[in-house]
Write a protein that binds this ligand. Structure first.
Ligand SMILES: *Cc1c(COP(=O)(O)O)cnc(C)c1O
Length: 569
């Protein structure tokens, strides 16, 4: 496809493409990568824009005392990306800043591909500060972030124009980091002197996906700083009342007020977003993951044998119901073996080796308070008694805390201390430096995927979808995608009903986490562990249903088809 055949520009602060490229921090970047992989598979005329983080997000190391340290994730950009010859300029704080673009050609399963451009300000013409804007993903202070968002939004639109992308009909803002592109699109039209309603014509181009109800996920910048950084060219267009509050520019409202189509990333999240942003029409497209990327090798072979063509027709995974249990078990045990090898290499005491026949729980996600990493340990005596009853339980943890999230780091430390203290009773490991590769090993190699976010704060969550595609059932609080994916006892198990029971509980003097922990223990003790150890066939049926009912639906192919139908055309 030539550049002027491309119709959709996808903007994302982070995009996860392959191991070795630290261009993502977590779920948002993984989702962007999976969306673009499906676009390449499906020959969708799309181009993507992101920022180049030369020193990456960070690598996590853990001290003996369980404290997270961060080291720069330096990488050789040239090994992965090709520098283009196009170069553009943006103004930051009144200075011209030269921006170049690095290209990544993402190939789909067929002949088609999607071009992704990483914008780079780290070249000699620029000041040290401006060069540093291409160093860190989610690093620095508010001013640093604002400058990065000028490059992403304003620079991104200019770069696409300079590269000859002349047929663009949609700009998809994957979260509000790229909202400044709206100002540049308006400027373009104003300069062109088109005789059109600028607000309406820009609005008709923009699609906005909001990804979290948590306030920290929504950028706000002081108005005086915004006008200094952007300079006089960008008046906020006389509609400040729509997206500026308390003298701050709110990037979420900027996108909301200027997009033709807006969506949340699961039904519940969209409903919550409609309450948070009254007056906007907010639709729902539930997230999905890229099947070909997240299914482990042994399961891929199984699907190739029983469901040929599943990679480009994910819905056909429904016929996983026809796969006999024995080959599912064999493929799963191979995946579990691969995970346990990694775990066992991590141990320096041979006595602690994890074993293939022991029920293994996986838990990996960003370490932050609402995800409640420690919920499983709310009542240690109860947990010990469950283990004593079944003798055998292993737990594999992973996840990074944001460098400034001290509470998140404390959570990690708490898990590591517990792992040491409980080692007579349960084998628990915390694997450092959660990444694409580790995620793939974990979501396929565990027997149960545990997720315990505090409702209603998990917008969607995607790791449980990856697990389902590998035949690994979830046990999760009722939030995000699991409200749609949980068929109790069929695809996995739910904890609680997702309603806030806070008021009822305050009256009883207990809190929601305690109640949910107790429900979690009940499910493990009375249903899941007996099924696993005493009715293997029954457990395998749940695994098979996870593939057939959830893998066939919670994938990026279905998700992108919904974006095409509802948002792009
Ligand atoms: C899938 C994935 C995530 C997001 O998982 P959630 O369940 O949405 O929290 C984060 N990091 C990595 C490396 C992943 O693979």
């Amino acid at each position: 496809m030539t550049n002027n055949n491309i119709r959709i520009a996808y903007f994302s602060m982070e995009i996860a493409l392959q191991p070795g490229m630290p261009t993502y921090a977590g779920g948002l970047g993984i989702l962007a990568g999976d969306t673009l992989r499906s676009a390449a598979d499906m020959n969708v005329p799309m181009v993507a824009i992101s920022l180049l983080p030369r020193r990456g997000y960070f690598h996590q190391t853990l001290t003996d005392d369980g404290w997270q340290n961060e080291t720069e994730a330096n990488w050789v950009v040239e090994d992965f990306l090709k520098q283009t010859s196009t170069c553009i300029e943006v103004y930051i704080d009144g200075r011209p800043v030269i921006i170049r673009a690095w290209q990544y050609q993402l190939s789909g399963s067929g002949d088609s591909s999607v071009d992704i451009y990483f914008l780079d300000s780290d070249s000699e013409e620029n000041s040290d500060y401006d060069r540093s804007l291409s160093h860190f993903l989610y690093g620095g202070d508010g001013h640093y972030r604002l400058c990065q968002e000028v490059i992403l939004g304003i620079g991104g639109v200019r770069m696409l124009e300079a590269m000859g992308y002349s047929g663009l009909q949609r700009y998809h803002l994957n979260e509000g980091h790229s909202s400044l592109l709206i100002l540049e699109l308006r400027e373009q039209r104003r300069r062109a002197g088109d005789d059109v309603d600028i607000t309406e014509s820009v609005r008709d181009l923009c699609v906005f996906t909001t990804h979290t109800p948590v306030p920290a996920g929504h950028d706000k910048f002081p108005l005086n700083e915004v006008s200094t950084v952007l300079g006089p060219d960008y008046s906020l267009l006389g509609c400040e009342d729509l997206f500026c509050f308390d003298n701050k520019l709110n990037m979420t409202y900027l996108a909301l007020a200027n997009s033709r189509y807006i969506n949340g990333v699961a039904k519940k999240h969209s409903q919550l977003s409609r309450q948070m942003y009254a007056g906007y029409h907010i639709d729902s497209i539930t997230n999905g993951v890229h099947a070909g990327t997240w299914v482990c090798e042994p399961m891929q072979q199984l699907y190739d044998q029983y469901i040929p063509g599943w990679r480009l027709d994910n819905a056909s995974l429904r016929s996983a119901l026809n796969i006999p249990c024995t080959p599912i078990l064999q493929a799963h045990q191979a995946a579990k073996q691969a995970l346990l090898e990694t775990v066992n290499q991590h141990y320096n005491q041979p006595a602690k080796q994890m074993e293939i026949d022991i029920f293994t729980i996986g838990f990996a996600r960003r370490a932050t308070v609402y995800k409640r990493l420690g919920l499983l340990f709310s009542d240690i005596e109860r947990l010990k008694s469950i283990c004593a009853k079944f003798v055998r339980l292993q737990i594999v943890f992973a996840g990074k805390a944001h460098p400034n999230d001290q509470q998140g780091k404390l959570l990690i430390q708490k898990i590591i201390h517990l792992a040491n203290n409980l080692n007579q009773h349960i084998n628990i490991v915390f694997l450092p430096d959660y990444s694409i590769n580790l995620a793939k090993l974990m979501v396929s190699g565990c027997d149960l995927w545990l997720n315990t976010p505090q409702p209603p704060l998990e917008a969607s969550g995607t790791s449980g979808m990856k697990a389902a595609l590998n035949g690994v059932p979830s046990l999760s609080t009722m939030d995000g995608w699991w409200l749609e994916g949980c068929l109790e006892g069929l695809t996995g198990w739910g904890i609680g009903n997702g309603e806030s029971i806070a008021e009822k509980l305050t009256a009883q003097g207990s809190d929601q986490s305690q109640v949910e922990a107790s429900l979690l223990y009940n499910k493990l003790e009375q249903i899941i562990l007996p099924l696993y150890y005493q009715n293997q066939h029954g457990y395998l049926e749940v695994m098979r249903n996870a593939i057939a009912l959830n893998g066939s639906y919670f994938n990026a192919e279905r998700m992108l088809n919904q974006y095409i139908a509802k948002a792009y055309y």
